[in-house]
Design a protein around this ligand. Structure first.
Ligand code: NCD
Length: 301
């Protein structure tokens, strides 16, 4: 009998995974897309705890859970004992105690997961922590880029917009640099974040050389001082306009994690442009989350 306790396979930041593990998960996601299925997880249970609103991440995790025959234990923050003041830790410990096998959590606090990963014996899958990290979005973004280019080495990637409030930007900047891409940032000065270690460029200068233009949603809900630009002003100065798209390389791709503020980060008419991968990103999200759940629940391929 193996008496050594296995550490749970948390998925809180791609920084905790090796490049080999990340590449393995990208390839696994693409195999699922081609129709391969891992062994199913009949009898395993997952709770999805969303303390911030979500359309894509939540439904995509739920879809991945269904594909893998994992049972979802419905958890609704608004009708849970969180409203009686129960802490996040006690909530998660309760779900562990009743036998839930893994937790998908989105929470507005940066790094909310530190205490959980130290103390829980079931995996925590981070569905986004405040302005911290969004590793499942990042993995699906990697799947989308890799599907297009079959490499990351030497790709010119521009991450554009509300960088400082964006967990998508933080996760992607870090992992794309590790994978050998040239990553630059384009943002208004007040939304710049030096800690991401990117070179600041003007969107008009990078368009002709860019392989991937990754737009970020303006995070109104995190702007405590209110908005500093009108929609029109932001779009004209920093957005992907109909005029700017003409200056991109013909094979370059446009990404956005969505939800999109139409005609702010990107002209509404470009969302389904032939170079846009915005909806394919969502499709890939289901396969990426299958790979994340498969890793967390300890399945062998
Ligand atoms: C992102 C998020 O919630 O961080 N959306 C998503 O998960 N697809 C991006 C955003 O809200 O701007």
């Amino acid at each position: 009998m193996n008496l050594i306790k296995q550490q749970p396979k948390h998925f809180v930041s791609l920084d905790t995974l090796t490049l080999e593990e990340i590449m393995g998960m990208i390839e696994e996601s693409l195999r699922y897309k081609q129709g391969d299925m891992p062994p199913l997880f009949d009898g395993k249970t997952v709770a999805n705890l969303f303390f911030e609103n979500s359309t894509r991440t939540k439904n995509s995790f739920q879809m991945a859970e269904r594909h893998l025959k994992i049972q979802e234990i419905p958890f609704d923050v608004a009708t849970s004992s969180v409203t009686k003041g129960e802490t996040l830790y006690d909530t998660c410990k309760t779900l562990e105690a009743i036998g839930v096998d893994a937790l998908v959590i989105r929470h507005p606090e940066d790094g909310y997961y530190h205490e959980l990963v130290e103390k829980l014996s079931i995996p925590v899958l981070n569905g986004g922590d405040g302005s911290g990290e969004h590793p499942s979005q990042s993995l699906l973004d990697l799947v989308t880029i890799y599907e297009e280019y079959k490499t990351f080495q030497g790709l010119n990637v521009a991450i554009c917009g509300d960088l400082v409030h964006s967990r998508v930007a933080r996760s992607n900047a870090s992992v794309l640099k590790r994978l050998g891409a040239n990553v630059v940032g384009c943002s208004p000065e007040s939304w710049w974040d030096d800690s991401m270690g990117l070179v600041h460029r003007d969107i008009d200068d990078i368009l002709p050389d860019c392989d991937v233009i990754m737009l970020l949603r303006v995070q109104h809900e995190r702007h405590i001082m209110g908005d500093i630009f009108s929609k029109e002003d932001y779009h004209a100065r920093f957005g992907l306009t109909v005029e700017r798209v003409e200056r991109m390389k013909p094979g370059a791709i446009i990404m956005h994690p969505a939800p999109v503020n139409r005609d702010v980060e990107i002209a509404g008419s470009l969302i389904e442009h032939r170079q846009s991968r915005i909806f394919p990103q969502m499709t890939n999200g289901v396969y990426a989350r299958m790979a994340i759940l498969h890793r967390a629940l300890g399945g062998q391929l």
